[in-house]
Design a protein around this ligand. Sequence first.
Ligand code: F6P
Length: 324
Amino acid sequence: MKRIAVFTSGGDAPGMNACIRAAVRGAIYHGLEVYGIRRGYNGMISGDIFPMNSQSVSNIVQRGGTMLKSARSKEFMTPEGRKKAYENLMNAGIEGLVAIGGNGTFTGAEVFFNEYEIPTVGCPGTIDNDLYGTDYTIGFDTAVNTALEAIDKIRDTADSHDRVFFIEVMGRDSGYIAIQSGIGGGAEIVMVPETHTPLKKVVSTLKDGWSRSKSSSIVVVAEGDEEGHATDIAEKIKNQVADKLDIRVTTLGHIQRGGTPTAYDRILASRLGLGAVEGLIKGYKNVMAGVVNNEMVYTPFIDTIKKPKPIHDDLLRMVHILSM
Ligand code: F6P
């Protein structure tokens, strides 16, 4: 293998730049030529593929977003789109890929590999932390800290006004950001897609708190919760507590995807970017590099997408016990 390319795809995540930097410099260190692809699979299809060198990734380790830009490509889901992508990669002489992204990225990589067999190693880059095969994904730690900072600020005003706040955090199918920021922020209730929290339980917990003279309550809701969005949940319960509790809703949204990556994310991303390149050199293909129990492991894409990554029951139990 002489020439590889690196790209970022799907929702961006803080630390993706550190991962690109590690992949580029790791490849150069090992004597490979390295190219960048802009806007993920869309750039593969349009041929936006360009040579990179060590200076191309100077001064990015600390930056949020992704210097290669990102996209969710609809065209790559079609056989015609993937054929164009393959032809462009062949024209550029690309023999291996480092794909930085989440489950959509790896689903695309899996299909592409089965059709065209270009060796690909993935790096888990998503704030959702929803990929099997790694303890943490790049961007998750930063997103949790961003959410936590917002929760702390909301707690100040909630406490001043004796209010209940429903705070929605990201996580389409995953409650990892919700549970971690909820525990860190001392939330009274955390609602995650992995476990059903009945609304009557939400009402009774809030009423209990009020009867014990709690001056504020925070309910952290993962956007993918089966009871709906934070606004829907607040609307559904408001009549049951209206005489006693004053409710407000805040949706944190894309603020969680931006910002300076934490030290943890930069280090994880650097490790995974280098690990992906070294995996390609060792002959791994169609796998994601991950860190499990502090060891680098390579997990088939299909497992990273299909296998569940449950939230430990202890964490949910803790929310209840510690918010008494
Ligand atoms: O996958 C990361 C994520 O931020 C999810 O938490 C969220 O549901 C989704 O992306 C939002 O995607 P978009 O920015 O395309 O609306």
